[in-house]
Design a protein around this ligand. Structure first.
Ligand code: SF4
Ligand code: SF4
Length: 414
């Protein structure tokens, strides 16, 4: 069963990529899980062994001959699959740093994502992710956040800001979707957006159904779940006839909708997907968003992997940082080479992986320490939560801030 599922994932292009590996080992030096443990099992290309074995057994040139000669790799055992489950879920953030490092251009992170499709279909994904997927299909949210919880947060932010937050406004230009992490942990971002859009005269709305941005389907590796979750956002956008959907401060939500959305849906998206950082940068450049004053602390910026490496959003957050920060200090290896926070790709939702992700944070800690920053800013609520937890684990004291909230803090008064 598992071999069949893996083989289904090994399309012709994946097979070409697997064949292209020259075993140079450069991907090892790119992966923080390998760097902190020096365990060869955490070499990125090694994490694709189940896929390779399935490919060599079923699809590689002379596979039938090898099977007949009984020299083909055996079908993986349940024990091997459980071990591999740890490699492609717990120790991979789908961060893409290894992909960037590979001289043969092998998209290792993309192949791990495909391998997850086989593992989840075969029943070998972590139970935490199956549970999150069930919650998401039932309620829209991987942690079961429903409309009454968001409605309550909206009411609180309306009181805080004195602004009306538009809900279900048909014909608005922009639809704002949010991650459960933002709704539960960082709801101030809703008030920050209200203040920003008020100043910039942006026509926007939040949907009362289809408001969840996160997509557990791309993390567990289930195309069906991913497509169902994308469809809910599309239904909300079509119902309210918006032109744009704003992907919030959530890295993988952006990749799921912007890069995978149309393929998952099976037709072009009927709107443009704009990442919130891109939009803020655009509003500043158009003179519609004006700031006054700057944060005087030394601030550094953590690049969310899905925004900077997969999304190419590198300069926009820096222009915004320069606008609101007097002492902006870059981490060594920032931008496209940035290290993951350790919790991306669903790893932060896998409890059995906690120890490993906290260990992986050691490299990120070194980068943060090198800046001497008083606070870390980022543009992904999952990174923010993971950084906060890791900072606490390492007994560090600096706070982690959201970029949209920081910009809203320095808006020019009306
Ligand atoms: S860097 Fe690329 S070619 Fe080298 S071992 Fe890794 S996957 Fe193979
Ligand atoms: S995608 Fe990131 S975490 Fe996964 S193997 Fe590559 S470098 Fe390591």
């Amino acid at each position: 069963m598992a071999t069949r599922e893996f083989v289904a994932q090994v399309g012709r292009d994946a097979a070409f990529q697997l064949e292209a590996c020259v075993h140079c080992g450069q991907c090892a030096g790119a992966c923080h899980f390998y760097l902190v443990t020096r365990d060869p099992r955490y070499t990125p290309i090694h994490k694709l062994r189940p896929m390779m074995k399935a490919y060599q057994r079923e699809r590689a040139p002379f596979a039938a001959l090898r099977k007949w000669m009984r020299i083909a790799p055996d079908d993986p055992t349940a024990q091997e699959l459980n071990e591999w489950s740890e490699l492609i879920y717990d120790s991979c953030n789908l961060c893409g740093r290894c992909t960037l490092a590979c001289p043969m251009g092998i998209d290792i992170a993309g192949l791990v994502r495909r391998a997850r499709e086989g593992m989840s279909a075969a029943g070998f994904a972590p139970q935490d992710l199956y549970t999150a997927a069930e919650h998401a299909l039932e309620t829209g949210s991987p942690i079961g956040v429903r409309w009454p919880a968001l409605k309550r947060q909206i009411e609180i932010q309306e009181k805080e800001t004195g602004l009306r937050i538009p809900v279900d406004v048909e014909g608005a230009d922009y639809l704002v979707v949010l991650s459960s992490m933002e709704i539960i942990g960082y709801a101030e971002v809703i008030g920050a957006l209200a203040r920003i859009f008020h100043q910039a005269r942006v026509s926007w709305t939040i949907p009362s159904a289809g408001f969840e941005a996160t997509n557990i389907g791309v993390q567990i590796g289930s195309r069906d779940v991913a497509a169902a979750l994308v469809s809910r956002i599309v239904e909300a956008a079509e119902r309210l006839k918006v032109k744009y959907v704003i992907s919030p401060e959530c890295g993988h939500a952006f990749s799921a909708l912007r890069w995978e959305g149309a393929n998952l849906l099976g037709r072009p998206l009927p709107f443009k997907v704009v990442q919130i950082v891109e939009l803020l940068d655009q509003l500043v450049r158009e003179g519609r968003l004006r700031t006054r004053g700057k944060d005087t602390r030394k601030l550094t910026f953590h690049d969310p992997c899905q925004l900077v490496r997969r999304g190419g959003i590198e300069q926009a957050p820096r222009r915004l940082m320069d606008r609101v920060s007097e002492h902006f200090a870059e981490m060594p290896g920032h931008g496209a080479a940035s290290l993951c926070c350790g919790g991306g790709g669903g790893v932060s939702a896998i409890h059995r992986a906690d120890k490993l992700r906290f260990a992986a944070f050691e490299r990120k800690k070194q980068q943060i320490d090198a800046t001497g920053a008083d606070a870390v800013v980022t543009a992904c609520s999952n990174c923010r939560n993971v950084l906060e937890e890791a900072i606490d684990q390492y007994a560090m004291t600096l706070p982690v801030l959201g970029l949209s909230e920081l910009v809203a803090q320095y808006l020019e008064p009306d």
